[in-house]
Design a protein around this ligand. Structure first.
Ligand code: MN
Length: 276
């Protein structure tokens, strides 16, 4: 049977992961490789400066002293008996909508799977929702992905409403309105400290976004693309390099002439990947 990998960012003991395990049990040899403790909002971090030690908790269940992306990296690149045919991350306790996907450990695990060439799905549930219901939706989508695959470098970000869903909508990411508030407090020794990420999240009120779909009681399915290049900006900024190169030559006092392209390229290739 094919290997299916489940992970999350709420930790290996989270209820949402257990629900996912039950719902997807018959899709293949289902392995759980998940962080030993909660890693929410850790983003796409990889642990490069200490060893990763999986601890076996069950027949196909492992706790890892690392991030969700560590878990996927480990599992896909050789820890499991075979590379997974599918990665499902979740079911996250709380939504991962709009701009927030960039902070999300849940979504980042699916990004890692996608970057490693494995079709990947991230599933999140509105606070107070039913994990088993969300996991059944994950199963529907997983079956579809296993049959038809996903476009290149594309993952599915799925958010499930708390009440019984009215249906499934394909959406785009919504955008957060940042109110610019940090909370300043003073500690007993008179020093200021700050809380970030406080305050009520506000969102642009736009149709066809993930936020609107979940708000209206639909399951939101957003295809996310991992080519972060802004292709339109490549055109718009087209005239920058010539001017900037001339300025650079002026600053470095080098006589105007063609940029030493080959040398620059060699230099950048010597840099180690993922060094920072
Ligand atoms: Mn989480």
């Amino acid at each position: 049977m094919s290997v299916v990998l489940l992970t999350n960012d709420d930790g290996v003991h989270a209820e949402g992961l257990a629900a996912l395990g039950r719902a997807l049990a018959e899709l293949g040899d289902v392995y759980i490789v998940a962080p030993e403790r909660e890693q929410s909002a850790c983003g796409h971090a990889l642990t490069l400066h200490r060893p990763i030690r999986p601890v076996q908790l069950g027949e196909r269940r492992f706790a890892v002293n690392g991030t969700p992306s560590d878990c996927v990296n480990l599992a896909v690149l050789g820890f499991l008996p075979a590379p997974p045919v599918l990665v499902v991350s979740g079911v996250n306790h709380g939504t991962n909508l709009g701009d927030d996907v960039t902070y999300s450990g849940t979504v980042s695990a699916a990004m890692e799977g996608t970057l490693l060439g494995v079709p990947s799905i991230a599933v999140s549930l509105v606070d107070g929702g039913d994990f088993d219901a969300a996991a059944r939706i994950a199963r529907l989508l997983a079956l579809r992905v296993l049959v038809v695959g996903l476009p290149r470098k594309t993952l599915l970000n799925v958010n499930v409403p708390a009440s019984a869903p009215r249906g499934i909508r394909l959406t785009r990411l919504g955008h957060r309105v940042y109110s610019g508030k940090i909370i300043e407090q003073v500690d007993p020794r008179g020093r200021s400290h700050y809380w970030i990420g406080g305050g009520d999240p506000k969102w642009e009120d736009l149709e066809d976004t993930d936020m609107a779909a979940v708000h209206e009681g639909y399951v939101s399915v957003t295809p996310l693309h991992l080519d972060l290049t802004n292709h339109r900006a490549l055109m718009e900024l087209n005239d920058w390099p010539a001017g900037l190169s001339a300025q650079l030559r002026g600053e470095t006092g080098r006589a105007p002439g063609p940029a030493p392209k080959a040398a620059a390229r060699r230099g950048s290739q010597q840099r180690k990947p993922r060094s920072g």
